[in-house]
Design a protein around this ligand. Structure first.
Ligand code: X2X
Length: 344
């Protein structure tokens, strides 16, 4: 009773001071929320963050004001620390790749398993289905609030040496890979010489020739004009695609009114849909205009035949088997079934 009376007293005092309860809640809002991203606009990933931030600002009439920090600058470019920083509140919100958070959340390695997702319908079967829900429950347990899916995309391999058509072509090739162990396992199994580094370090390493190649979605090839740093060969093999996930730190989330939470969630879902379309642009049309654009830069674009692709599938099978145990047999089996039953 006493407690209730105190609360009532506080509310009356606040009213006397000219606050409404809504205004009291708003007083706890920060003037700016920090959103972490690896890639900024104009990449699709960067646009995911921009569209989300713009929608939130507009729909909350500026109550929630988000600033973008591309290049994972809040954590000095160390992208594999992003998830821990989010949990700790160094970062308020993020649109992040499953790859970069997988060192902390092992289930996210699912999307990095070699040749698991043969086409875009397979990605959708996972992210938009039960597997996606399981992953979100796991992220919630790990200490963040997951809201929506986006897409970085199929990671195609580029290099300065020769066309890659078979695992033999990768022999001894020095390739930059992300700092997540499954990538070292895969490229070692294919006979390459993988070297782990952040994206911040990868760009000078490509420019100086310290590495021969890298793998990333092809929009990055055109945005960064990778042919100008000697990347003359591109092979499309569709071995891995990394989704993006829109998340908010738990304490920040709890500080918002339910109405604002609903706005932020819906804005993330809307931004995710728009961004996925941007990420697939030029790659899902029958004539794949993005590949034509890259070939037009004097780059040799190799599209593997099913038989050529199969050789890469074969050499990476032991990696798949090993990581199936790490990711979780049940989750991987569920994913395999969802993909087998996907709508085309
Ligand atoms: O580092 C990469 O390759 C990038 C930009 O694709 C990710 O952050 C996963």
């Amino acid at each position: 009773m006493k407690f209730r009376r105190t609360l009532l007293g506080l509310a009356l005092a606040a009213t006397a001071l000219g606050f409404t309860t809504g205004a009291m809640a708003q007083a706890a809002y920060k003037s700016e929320y920090k959103m972490s991203l690896v890639l900024g606009p104009p990449t699709p990933w960067g646009m995911a963050g921009k569209i989300w931030a713009d929608l939130v600002k507009e729909r909350t009439q500026g109550r929630i004001n988000i600033k973008l920090y591309p290049g994972v600058s809040l954590i000095q470019g160390d992208q594999t620390r992003e998830f821990s920083a989010l949990r700790q509140g160094v970062i308020d919100m993020a649109v992040g790749s499953t790859i970069n958070w997988s060192p902390q959340v092992k289930e996210l390695n699912l999307f990095s398993m070699p040749f698991l997702m043969p086409d875009y319908a397979a990605i959708d079967a996972l992210t938009q289905g039960e597997v996606g829900k399981d992953i979100f429950a796991r992220l919630d347990k790990a200490g963040v609030v997951p809201l929506a899916w986006g897409e970085n995309g199929y990671r195609e391999v580029t290099n300065s040496k020769r066309p890659i058509k078979s695992p033999e072509d990768l022999k001894g090739m020095k390739l930059r890979v992300v700092g997540s162990p499954i990538f070292s396992d895969m490229f070692s199994a294919m006979g390459a010489n993988p070297t782990q580094m952040s994206w911040a370090d990868a760009q000078p390493a490509l420019a100086s020739g310290a590495v021969d190649g890298q793998e990333n979605p092809l929009f990055l090839f055109t945005v960064l004009k990778m042919h100008t740093v000697g990347q003359k060969f591109v092979t499309t093999w569709g071995y891995v695609a990394d989704p993006l996930i829109f998340v908010v730190n738990k304490e920040i989330w709890a500080s918002w009114t339910p109405a604002d939470q609903a706005i932020v969630r819906q804005a993330a879902i809307d931004a995710g849909k728009q961004e996925i379309a941007l990420a697939r642009k030029g790659l899902t049309e029958a004539d794949k205009p993005l590949l034509k654009e890259i070939a037009g830069m004097g780059v040799t674009v190799t599209q593997l035949t099913p038989a050529e692709r199969e050789a890469f599938v074969k050499v990476t099978r032991p990696v798949y088997a090993k990581w199936k145990g790490t990711v979780g047999n049940d989750l991987v089996t569920k994913a395999e079934k969802a993909i087998a039953g996907r709508k085309q």
